[in-house]
Structures are given as structure tokens and as C-alpha cells.
Write a protein that binds this ligand. Structure first.
Ligand code: HEC
Ligand code: HEC
Length: 341
């Protein structure tokens, strides 16, 4: 019997799990409906990982649980902090034993919408991405099979896993549930949203002048476009003549992708300093100074990056507009906070 069960498990593991949903028979399965802000499309939710309350709750616990790191010292939330828009205030966030990787921890704001993940767009699903910090030496330096064994001894996690996915806790459950939680991290209630989509008069004159600069007079919105302030492409914005990080070229091996990085969302941008893939720019004022300079001459620099000059007041207006993208209800939402507190 035991043998049959485990061979079914192997079959399930190999089959891509496409029938998981139809096999759910737990009484606890409660579909979860995302609250989509006005002006936002519906994010794509994978067939085999539809959102339910118990999946999200399990994922939230794992996201905040240091048990995922090899010495139980840090969790996902050590580098993706809710109060900082699920980013960090360090240039490079330390992993276990203070080990440092090479990139700045990005925000997880509206990550459900990202067609690719990581600064170079290496991965296409959140489920795959979960494995990166778990296994990477400068992050958790752990092994997901070992973590599964450890969690299987925990009665609470074991029960939640059955409730959520109708199976024992394993790599499938860990990667799926954390992704389910991440897909709920939707932010669309900033001052900007209230002004533009909810038709409330909340933005002051300076902020509106900044908005005009951003959308009309400057090129910002040609890359930071649409509801999530990104056109989801990779671009070079001229930070260096020579980059130490090869950017998207790491993935495609193409010369034209050298030092190309994903255009990041600007939502909650006032909370996520320092900026850029390497955290090399400390403030929004300095980001604007960078763009005013027209950037360094990199062969892949976008032609949209051209020098311009703002007055002191305009510079302040633009910063004030960017601050309107902070969503206080997002960073204080109790559904996203540490469940162990
Ligand atoms: C030590 C700090 C650290 C820890 C711990 C960490 N991350 Fe990250 N995270 C990063 C960095 C740095 C990147 C960017 C890496 C890159 O682009 O190569 C990143 C990228 C991501 C992305 C991609 C976002 C995007 O839009 O491209 C997601 C999603 C993510 N992390 C989720 C998680 C989850 C889930 C965990 C826990 C399992 C976790 N992170 C743990 C630092 C961390
Ligand atoms: C050609 C496309 C393009 C244009 C135009 C552009 N950006 Fe960017 N922006 C990017 C890319 C790509 C990055 C990330 C670069 C990196 O990580 O090295 C970025 C990063 C940023 C960041 C830091 C984001 C973070 O989370 O670290 C801010 C802020 C920003 N841009 C604001 C602006 C403003 C304001 C303008 C207009 C003056 C503008 N951008 C114009 C492509 C562009």
C-alpha cells in the first residue's frame, strides 16, 4: 500500500500536477477572489494553482518563517519587508551568515503581473522563483527537499498543507503556496490612484505638475507605462559605460541584451530606496539627476534616455509626484503582515 501511494506521488510529481485542482476534496477549500483596483487588469493565475484562502494563508506563514533558511536565521520577509513595499533599504541585503549577493532586493508590489522575474527576466513563474532564494548560497543556502522533511514533522504545517493542496507538505506545496500569497500583494490605492481612478481630489498643485512632467513633458512614461508603471520590457537606462552585471545577456547570451534590465514598477517607489539593480542610487532626487544627465554612453542605452534640464521647482514637483505612488493601505494591510507576530 505504502509503495502504491509513493508511486502515485511520483506520478503526480512528473505529471505537471495539472489535475491537482480536480482532485481537491477538502472541506476547507474556499476560493479567494482578488480585489482588483480600478484601472488594473486581472492577473493570470495558473490553472494548477488557483487561489484559495488556505493556500494563501499557508504561503504567508512560509514567507515569514525563517525555517526556510539553512540556519533558521532569515525569512523571505528579511529582504522583502512589508513596511518598505516588500523591498529592503539595504543596497545589497545580507543572506545567511551575512553573505552578500550582487543585486538589490526588488519590491514584490503587484508581482502577480510580472511576465518575467528577476532583473534579467530569467524566470517566468513565481513558483520557479521560490526555489532561487531557498537554494542560493548568499540567500537561504538550503535544500527544498530537506525543508519539506522538516516541515512534515510539524503538525500545524502538515494540517495546513492537507487543507490547502490535499497532500503532504513537499516542494510542490511550498512553491505553490508562497506564490499564491505573493499574488495577493496587489497595490492600487495610492494618492495617484485615488486622484485618477477614484476621482477624489487628493493631489496638490506640485504633485499634479510633477504628473504632467512624468506623463507628458519627459519620456518617463514611455518605459514606466500603464497601470503598473512598467511596459514589462528590458532596457538600458545608461547607469554605466561598463556594467559588472551582464543583465539580460545572462539569459539570452545576446550582445544586444548586455546590461539590459527589466523596467521596474514605480509603485511604492518612495519606500524602496536605494534604487536600480545594484542599489547604486540612494534617493529619488539623485535618480532624477541621473536622467537629467542623459546617462552614460552604453552601446545599448535606449534612445529615450536624452539629457534635459529641470528647474529646482520642477525637480521637486517630479519627486512629489513619485511620492504619490505610495500606497499606505498596502503597507499596513493586516492580511500581508507577519502571522507569527
Ligand atoms: C537575502 C535577501 C533575499 C531573500 C532572503 C529573499 N529575496 Fe527575493 N530577491 C532578492 C533579490 C536580491 C532579488 C533580485 C535577484 C535578481 O534579480 O537576480 C529578489 C527577487 C525576488 C523576486 C522577483 C521579483 C521580480 O519582480 O522580478 C521575487 C518574486 C522574490 N524575490 C521573492 C522571494 C521569496 C518568495 C523569498 C523567500 C522564499 C525571497 N524572495 C527571499 C533578495 C532576497
Ligand atoms: C528607456 C526606458 C526608461 C525611461 C525612459 C525611464 N526609465 Fe526609469 N528605469 C528604467 C530601467 C530599465 C530601470 C532599472 C535600471 C536598473 O535596474 O539598472 C529604471 C529605474 C528607475 C527607477 C528606480 C526603480 C527601482 O525600483 O530601483 C526610478 C525611480 C525611475 N527609473 C524613474 C524614472 C523617471 C522619473 C523617468 C523619467 C525622467 C524614467 N525613469 C525614465 C527604464 C527607463
Amino acid at each position: 500500500m505504502k509503495f502504491i501511494k509513493s508511486s502515485i506521488l511520483v506520478l503526480v510529481l512528473l505529471s505537471g500536477f495539472s489535475f491537482i485542482n480536480t482532485t481537491l476534496n477538502s472541506k476547507e477549500i474556499e476560493p479567494y477572489v482578488l480585489d482588483i483596483p480600478t484601472g488594473f487588469p486581472e492577473p493570470v493565475i495558473p490553472e494548477n494553482n488557483q487561489l484559495t484562502t488556505s493556500r494563501i494563508e499557508l504561503g504567508r506563514m512560509l514567507f515569514y518563517d525563517p525555517v526556510l533558511s539553512v540556519d533558521s536565521s532569515i525569512s523571505c520577509a528579511s529582504c522583502h519587508k512589508q513596511s518598505l513595499g516588500f523591498a529592503d533599504d539595504k543596497k545589497i541585503s545580507p543572506g545567511v551568515e551575512g553573505r552578500l549577493a550582487m543585486r538589490n532586493a526588488p519590491t514584490l508590489t503587484n508581482v502577480a503581473y510580472n511576465p518575467t522575474l528577476l532583473f534579467d527576466g530569467f524566470l517566468e513563474t513565481l513558483e520557479m522563483q521560490v526555489l532561487v532564494p531557498i537554494e542560493e548560497h548568499p540567500e537561504f543556502a538550503n535544500n527544498i527537499v530537506e525543508i519539506s522533511k522538516k516541515l512534515a514533522k510539524d503538525t500545524l504545517y502538515s494540517r495546513l498543507s492537507i487543507e490547502a493542496y490535499n497532500r503532504k507538505i513537499d516542494p510542490f506545496v511550498i512553491t505553490r503556496s508562497i506564490s499564491a500569497f505573493e499574488r495577493t500583494l496587489i497595490s492600487g490605492n495610492s494618492k495617484y490612484d485615488q486622484q485618477v481612478f477614484q476621482k477624489k481630489k487628493v493631489m496638490n498643485k506640485s504633485e499634479k505638475r510633477g504628473m504632467n512632467l512624468f506623463f507628458k513633458e519627459l519620456e518617463c512614461a514611455s518605459c514606466h507605462a500603464g497601470f503598473n508603471f512598467t511596459n514589462f520590457t528590458t532596457q538600458n537606462n545608461g547607469l554605466y559605460e561598463v556594467y559588472s552585471d551582464s543583465g539580460r545577456q545572462r539569459v539570452t547570451k545576446l550582445k544586444e541584451d548586455r546590461a539590459m534590465f527589466k523596467v521596474p514598477t514605480l509603485r511604492n517607489i518612495a519606500l524602496t530606496a536605494p534604487y536600480m539593480h545594484d542599489g547604486s542610487i540612494e534617493s529619488l532626487e539623485e535618480v532624477i539627476t541621473h536622467y537629467e544627465s542623459g546617462g552614460k554612453n552604453h552601446p545599448n542605452k535606449s534612445e529615450k534616455i536624452q539629457p534635459f534640464l529641470l528647474t529646482k521647482r520642477e525637480r521637486k514637483d517630479l519627486v512629489n509626484f513619485l511620492k504619490c505612488l505610495t500606497d499606505d493601505s498596502f503597507i499596513t494591510n493586516p492580511d500581508f503582515s507577519n502571522p507569527f507576530d
